[in-house]
Ligand binder design. Structure first.
Ligand code: HEM
Ligand code: HEM
Length: 241
């Protein structure tokens, strides 16, 4: 693995200043589109997770005439609306991985063929397990984060494919969604219920990712002497010595 991810070069994306007697350096990492995409997708995932959970495990039946309320209809409507935003966002993010800066490309190109990368990966695993004393600093994602992000993208794409296949079933076999994604049902053995279950399992995989992700983001922010959460807001990573 080249060392570029760790090398601090002084150009117009790098700032150096002193704060409380400490030298603080900041590097521009995440471009605006990536940050907007991150927070919008995070919102979509929460909405999709909650509404999806309720689709699979509906609320108790409401009393009165069925025509007087449309609760599950609204829940499904919100799920599908968030799904469109999320899926378009995914396409946009993949496009940006091709045209964005080096850090925008990191999540799709994980150098698993590089033994140095694996050494750094296992270092990060030990660091997260409190077995290393001092953190390593990265301008973009650290190798463990990078692999986790790739995992997230794979699951997200499978969720979109399975979701639009289920959507196609609802719209009917003449619909664009069924023509485009119906093959996912065939892949699930022609069993729609099985695809529902895979889609639901994907929700739990995403819930696990989100919990670990937020824990590690907060942990790194506190322990690694480099900024994390504010980096996803401002775009700049600050390194403190
Ligand atoms: C990205 C595009 C997505 C599309 C197009 C989509 C679409 C759908 C559709 C059509 C259904 C079936 C609705 C019904 O049978 O009434 C469904 C169910 C569900 N969705 Fe999604 N979805 C997407 C993403 C997600 C994501 C990201 C999550 C989780 C974070 C999620 C969680 C669920 C869950 C848990 C169910 C219920 C499954 C069951 O138990 O039957 N969906 N979705
Ligand atoms: C549903 C919730 C969330 C999802 C699905 C999610 C997903 C992601 C993904 C896919 C990335 C990689 C960005 C890229 O390179 O394209 C990322 C980065 C990041 N996220 Fe989240 N995120 C969520 C919530 C949060 C929250 C609540 C925080 C803050 C506490 C956060 C903090 C960060 C940070 C700091 C990074 C950059 C990490 C680094 O520089 O290595 N995320 N997130």
């Amino acid at each position: 693995m080249s060392n570029t991810r760790k090398t601090y070069s002084y150009d117009d994306t790098t700032r150096l200043r002193t704060q409380g007697g400490l030298r603080v350096m900041s590097v521009y990492v995440y471009e605006a589109f990536l940050r907007w995409w991150h927070w919008l997708s995070a919102l979509c995932i929460v909405v999709l997770g909650v509404t999806g959970y309720l689709i699979g495990k509906p609320l108790p039946t409401l009393s009165g005439e069925a025509s007087a309320h449309f609760l599950m209809g609204y829940i499904r409507f919100v799920h599908f609306s968030a799904a469109y935003v999320f899926a378009l966002g995914l396409l946009f993010r993949i496009y940006c991985a091709l045209v964005g800066n080096a850090y925008a490309r990191e999540i799709l190109i994980v150098p698993v063929w590089d033994s140095q990368w694996w050494r750094e990966f296992f270092f990060e695993v030990r660091w997260y397990l409190f077995l290393e004393r001092y953190p390593r600093k990265y301008i973009g994602h650290n190798p463990a984060g990078q692999l986790a992000m790739l995992g997230f993208f794979v699951v997200a794409i499978l969720m979109a494919l399975s979701g639009f296949a289920l959507y196609g079933e609802g719209l009917g076999h003449a619909s664009w969604a069924w023509h485009g994604f119906g093959w996912m049902v065939t892949l699930a053995g022609g069993n729609s219920l099985a695809l529902h279950s895979w889609h639901r399992l994907g929700m739990w995989a995403m819930a696990l990712f989100v919990m670990v992700h937020i824990y590690t983001a907060v942990r790194e922010d506190i322990m690694s002497r480099q900024s994390m959460i504010s980096t996803m807001v401002s775009g700049y990573r600050m390194f403190k010595n």
